[in-house]
Design a protein around this ligand. Structure first.
Ligand code: PHE
Length: 337
């Protein structure tokens, strides 16, 4: 019986040495009511009176031994589980994080905003006009009657005979003067349309920014000062501007305005195609007919207007040689701005 008890102890020790040992199953197997130790104790009746206390004491010792061994093992399993959990859930706070991809403005939108900011700084406010426009506002009220040759260069898309996609932002001049009495000092950025085929410098849809100032005593000097401030802020302090005589039906006199090349400073380079100057916009003094058509007396008031292409300014500023890049939305291109 003594050997049997020692065997039980040895078996328990062997079972408990497995790291994943099922402790509850082992407790039932060795110490339970139907367990191995109980079975041995049941046979105690056959022992002699001298043997009984000795075996009884040994049985108690083995029971305590196994109980302790199970308790120790339970502790060990618990701390092993905790250590594993800590390891699994370890957080390396020095690891680089996932940087969220933040979008940014399209270069055209950015340049348009830069342009707006410059004019807002000079006291202009922003006015928007419709892209689907009446022939009246796009042409007639701008001193371009039916069959006027100026219509040829601004052929556009017609919705009906009298309704079209505006070919310029200049109709906003008329809409503003109809609604607002001088002093007027507005810019109007937006989309314009022309029935041009796509190439490196043409697109049927592009963007312009119109400017209009009307008040008493406005002169061409005011126009020059305004555009010079714009050019210097946009292209750099050393930038010069140059007015070349031109014709627009809705301004008189009219000019095309160039800026000195900010890359070569006027010596001639690739950007200015050896000219030293780059054309950036059209401008002039608002034609008396246009003022009159809006019930503004040209003997009392005068004004200037200008209009420029947002694509053109963007391409000059960033040295982009093909307009199509601006519409393809290739991230490799857009990421550079
Ligand atoms: N609207 C003209 C164009 O598209 C530009 C312009 C605007 C010229 C205002 C003079 C005054 O060519």
């Amino acid at each position: 019986m003594k050997e049997k008890l020692e065997q039980i102890r040895a078996a328990a020790v062997a079972e408990l040495s497995a790291p994943e040992a099922d402790l509850e199953a082992l407790r039932i197997r060795f110490l339970g009511k139907k367990g191995e130790l109980t079975a041995v104790l049941r046979g105690m009746g056959q022992l002699t009176a001298e043997e009984r206390p000795v075996i009884g004491a040994l049985a108690n010792e083995v029971r305590e031994y196994i109980e302790n061994a199970i308790a120790e093992k339970a502790e060990a399993q618990k701390s092993a589980a905790l250590a594993k959990k800590l390891l699994d859930e370890r957080l390396d706070v020095t690891m680089p994080g996932k940087v969220p991809e933040v979008g940014k403005r399209h270069p055209l939108a950015q340049v348009q905003k830069d342009m707006e900011d410059i004019f807002i700084g000079m006291g202009f406010s922003i006015v928007e006009g419709p892209e689907v426009e009446y022939d009246y506002y796009n042409f007639q009220a701008l001193n371009i009657p039916e069959n006027h040759p100026a219509r040829d260069t601004q052929d556009t898309f017609y919705i009906t005979e009298n309704i079209l996609l505006r070919s310029q932002t200049s109709p906003v001049q008329v809409r503003t003067m109809e609604k607002q009495r001088p002093p007027i000092r507005i810019i109007s950025p937006g989309r314009v349309y022309r029935s041009d085929a796509v190439d490196a410098s043409h697109s049927p849809l592009f963007h312009q920014l119109e400017g209009l100032v009307v008040d008493k005593g406005i002169t061409m000097g005011d126009l020059k000062g305004t555009l010079e401030t714009f050019a210097k802020t946009m292209f750099g302090e050393q930038t010069q501007i140059r007015f070349r005589p031109h014709h627009f039906p809705f301004t008189e006199p009219s000019a095309e305005v160039d800026v000195s090349c900010f890359v070569c400073g006027g010596k001639g380079c690739k950007l200015c195609k050896g000219e030293g100057w780059i054309e950036i916009l059209g401008a002039g003094m608002v034609h008396p007919n246009v003022l009159r058509g809006c019930n503004i007396d040209p003997d009392e008031y005068s004004g200037f207007a200008f209009g420029m292409g947002v694509e053109r300014i963007t391409m000059i500023k960033y040295g982009i040689d093909d307009m199509r890049y601006l519409y393809e939305n290739d991230v490799r291109f857009l990421d550079q701005f």
